[in-house]
Ligand binder design. Structure first.
Ligand code: G3H
Ligand code: 13P
Ligand code: ZN
Length: 312
């Protein structure tokens, strides 16, 4: 199967009350861990690439890794998506380079500037058979060295979503309801909360329209513990409770973005092997365990959080 857009996946996910996992890829072991899990569980899949991933691994290497994953997993639909495209040029470069979906993240601009930028990307993307995710509202956390403090983050204003979608023509919309990027999402001792009232309002104003949740890692305490016990320093890492993600997936949220959970799994595996035997220096020995932990995390998400097992 060739790369697909997310159009069909989102339609089925919306109707079926589940979500598609959008997992960030940066190297071969991460691509393999994710796609092996999705392939075995017959789950539709979005692989997403950030500007930082392209800088690290290079566009061509990432494309070829994804092409290899398609050959190895012919039974599942895979969409290749640009995560947090900051401007028209990076979106155009990914569209020209074979991606089937791009995000234009105009959330740091004014409402009017976000609309103008998103509209420009949509026109180019749709002319090339590529779909576009826009964003309204600002998440806290770190992406590509840009840090947004909790004070500077802002929830999506439901009264703006209809106009934004109509005037831009975006195919899906990322909203801010209290999730954030990275492994430290809530202050220790506070109760994690998401604004489901905002999601409900958005859903009412955009019936049938796919909504995207960024910053949706759950920060498994099992992996945090392994990292802590093997020389790491991630005290107070806290993520989004899984029951909240399941609730979001049963509503209008069709795409759930997960990166930090993969980073934690890979790091836990590598640290565990190297601490257990400091004499090891064959990268295959520690990356193999990191890759297995990535696969375990993705399988768990597909089965127990996203609800997309067998939906390919
Ligand atoms: O939303 C951010 C993603 O986790 C990607 O992170 O920009 O460091 O690759 P990155
Ligand atoms: P996490 O940091 O919660 O994994 O979020 C990833 C993300 O939103 C990628 O766009
Ligand atoms: Zn994000």
């Amino acid at each position: 199967m060739a790369l697909v857009t997310s159009t069909e996946m989102f339609k089925k996910a919306y109707e079926g009350g589940y979500a598609i996992g959008a997992f960030n890829v940066n190297n071969m072991e991460i691509v393999q861990g994710i796609t092996e899990a999705a392939g075995e569980l017959k789950a539709p899949l979005i692989l997403q690439v950030s500007a930082g991933a392209r800088k690290y691994a290079n566009h061509t290497y990432l494309m070829k890794l994804v092409e290899a994953a398609i050959i190895e997993n012919p039974d599942i639909p895979i969409c290749l998506h640009l995560d947090h495209g900051a401007d028209f040029d990076i979106c155009k470069s990914c569209i020209d380079g074979g991606f089937t979906s791009v995000m234009i993240d105009g959330s740091s601009h004014s409402f009017e500037d976000n609309i103008a930028l998103s509209r420009k990307v949509v026109e180019y993307a749709h002319d090339h058979g590529v779909v576009v995710e826009g964003e309204l509202g600002t998440l806290a956390g770190v992406e590509d060295e840009v840090k947004v403090s909790a004070e500077d983050s802002s929830y999506t204003r439901p009264e703006e979503v209809q106009e934004f979608v109509e005037r831009t023509g975006v195919d899906s919309l990322a909203i801010a309801i209290g999730t954030s990027h990275g492994a430290f999402k809530f202050k220790p001792g506070t109760k994690p909360q998401l604004r489901f009232d905002i999601l409900e309002e958005v859903e009412k104003r955009l019936p049938g329209f796919p909504i995207v949740l960024h910053g949706a890692s759950s920060v498994s305490q099992d992996y945090v513990k392994i990292i802590q016990e093997n020389g790491g320093n991630l005290a107070d890492a806290i993520g989004i409770p899984e029951d909240m993600l399941r609730k979001a997936a049963s509503m209008a949220v069709c795409k759930i973005n997960i990166d930090s959970d993969l980073r934690l799994a890979m790091t836990a595996g590598v640290r565990q092997v190297l601490t257990a035997d400091p004499a090891k220096f064959d990268p295959r020995e520690y990356l193999k365990v990191g890759r297995q932990y990535v696969k375990d995390v993705v399988a768990h998400k597909i089965k127990d959080v996203l609800g997309c097992e067998g939906k390919a």
